[in-house]
Design a protein around this ligand. Structure first.
Ligand code: MN
Length: 285
């Protein structure tokens, strides 16, 4: 099943290039959500128990909109946290160590020497919102990444249980200002966490660690790899992250980027594709 958020606060099931509005199934009493707001994303949390009803809506031939006609929001609207893996493909570690503008005097070794980072939730954007780099004259790079979305709360999750905690997958762009500052700061400007085009539920992805993916900029291939080359694969990342903090439904793990990172400029068109997850097309404002 493919789930999108669209048109400002609507929830949809994507089927045959159409969007079925299922907002009322998630929020039968309207959008008067509880407060304090639950940790995590309510749509992702409710997904397992509502799946049959979502499928019924698609079967029923209900009213729909063309996928192209809606404004897609981020695949997860309100993740509790967006977790990043900084150095998780060896060729990217090599290119980072070879480029002073990326490493700024650091020597990258292994992911478990550096740990993970968090991107601010306010950096979230859907693919129909242009990436805004206009506030800085610094180098800003693209990073295409497979993103795993947590579906079931857990702490200290074992490697063998990890996939049971994943609701689904989506494409991410971990946009990054290069510089000396901590990654949490450089990777958190508004629109620097693009998630799209939609969340693909885990049952549709046989093996998240065997997905071809690529990113083009203005039609030219910049990054191309397969998730089998992840240093920490999806299970290991869930295990590693959850030994530090509880993972909640809707939390996003951006799994890291392969080689080929490079600066973007105003007007660039970025098209990211991951096998089974569709195509995320966006532009730099
Ligand atoms: Mn990254």
């Amino acid at each position: 099943m493919k789930i999108c958020t669209f048109d400002g606060g609507r929830v949809g099931v994507v089927h045959d290039e159409a969007v079925f509005d299922v907002t009322d199934i998630f929020f039968p009493d309207g959008l008067n959500v509880p407060w304090p707001y639950p940790r995590g994303d309510v749509v992702v949390e409710r997904l397992p128990q509502l799946r049959d009803r979502l499928a019924e809506r698609v079967e029923s031939g209900a009213e729909r909109k063309p996928l192209e006609a809606v404004k897609l929001g981020p695949s997860v609207a309100t993740p509790g946290k967006i977790i990043g893996a900084p150095i998780n493909y060896q060729p990217h570690i090599d290119e980072a160590n070879a480029d002073k503008e990326i490493n700024h005097g650091k020597t990258y070794t292994r992911i478990d020497d550096f740990g993970l980072f968090l991107k601010a939730n306010s950096s979230l954007a859907g693919c129909d919102t242009p990436i805004d780099i206009g506030f800085t004259d610094r180098r800003v790079d693209h990073e295409i990444e497979l993103c795993a979305v947590i579906g079931k709360q857990g702490r200290a999750i074992s490697y063998d249980d990890a996939l049971d905690h994943i609701a689904g997958y989506t494409i991410g762009l971990d946009m990054t200002v290069r510089g000396k500052e901590f990654p949490d700061f450089r990777k958190s400007p508004d629109t620097f966490a693009v998630l799209g085009p939609y969340l693909v539920t885990a049952d549709e992805i046989a093996d998240p660690n065997a997905l071809d993916f690529e990113l083009t900029v203005n039609g030219e291939v910049r990054q191309k790899s397969n998730t089998r080359d992840l240093v920490f694969n999806v299970q290991r990342l869930v295990e590693y992250a959850s030994h530090m903090y509880t993972l909640y439904p809707g939390d996003v793990i951006m799994t890291g980027t392969p080689a080929g990172v490079a600066p973007v400029k105003s007007g660039d068109r970025l098209v990211a594709t991951i096998e089974g997850l569709g195509t995320l097309a966006t532009a730099v404002k």
